[in-house]
Ligand binder design. Structure first.
Ligand SMILES: [Zn+2]
Ligand SMILES: [Zn+2]
Length: 256
């Protein structure tokens, strides 16, 4: 997003709503008033209080190489977790920054359902701290999972594309966002279906956006806010593979 707009938006929202924590709703108090932020080991946060920042559950190795979900305890050989059984990923590797719970979940909900564009800076800080995610995204073409055009119009923005902008900024190395995919089916009402029906319906839910092309020499990384069953991401991956994408990974903000 345009940084001037972002600053303006933040100024306006702070004037109307004093900055409160997305998780506990407590007022954000800072030692550096002019910075208007909570500075912690985990990064600089404006909408998560010092106490709640410590509850953000960053994913560390070892983790499932398909969805990024952490393994606990001793790991021998097996690198696929129970979430990913039967997924048959069309991408090489998946990594996630945090577990989708507590303050991390609150940030996603604020962004997605409460028009909370002001939390994007905090989400970028989460990505900055998630080194294994930045490493995978560095220098890559980041492809946000698209919204259906109707939903995009209603919401006014694709939160995943905005998240990808933040990830590109902290990953560096020439990482950039390209909206290469579009939705062909409205999958918004599919939550009532069981997993199998949902996966079948998602098979043809995405297509290459008009006028774009794939360079097989480039590294592509699909970006989504949350990894749940992986079926949406896998459907995107299949579309990009069919279009000639050879070097393809997946990154999500949260796993839950
Ligand atoms: Zn809090
Ligand atoms: Zn997994």
């Amino acid at each position: 997003m345009n940084p001037v707009l972002q600053r303006l938006g933040r100024g306006l929202s702070d004037a109307v709503f004093p900055p409160t924590c997305v998780q506990c709703r407590g007022l954000i108090t800072t030692e550096i008033p002019e910075a208007d932020a909570v500075v912690t080991d985990a990064g600089i946060f404006r909408h998560v209080c010092r106490r709640c920042v410590t509850q953000i559950d960053f994913v560390k190795a070892p983790h499932c190489t398909t969805c990024g979900s952490p393994f606990y305890g001793e790991i021998e050989g097996e690198r696929i977790c129970p979430h990913c059984e039967g997924l048959q990923p069309a991408f090489r590797e998946g990594r996630t920054a945090v577990l989708f719970k507590g303050p991390a979940r609150a940030l996603v909900i604020e962004l997605k359902y409460h028009r909370g564009l002001h939390v994007l800076g905090d989400m970028r800080e989460v990505f900055r701290r998630a080194e294994h995610v930045c490493e995978l995204a560095r220098g890559a073409v980041l492809v946000p999972v698209p919204l259906h055009p109707r939903k995009h119009r209603e919401r006014g923005y694709n939160q995943t594309a905005l998240l990808a902008d933040g990830l590109a900024a902290v990953a560096g190395g020439g990482a950039r966002v390209e909206a290469l995919l579009q939705r062909t089916e409205d999958t918004a009402t599919q939550t009532a279906f069981d997993r199998r029906t949902r996966m079948a319906n998602l098979k043809n839910a995405f297509a290459l956006a008009r006028g774009v092309s794939i360079n097989p020499d480039f590294h592509y990384v699909i970006v989504d806010d949350v990894f749940t069953t992986g079926s949406t991401l896998n459907s995107c991956a299949r579309t990009l593979r069919r279009a000639g994408c050879l070097n393809l990974d997946v990154v999500t903000f949260g796993h839950g």
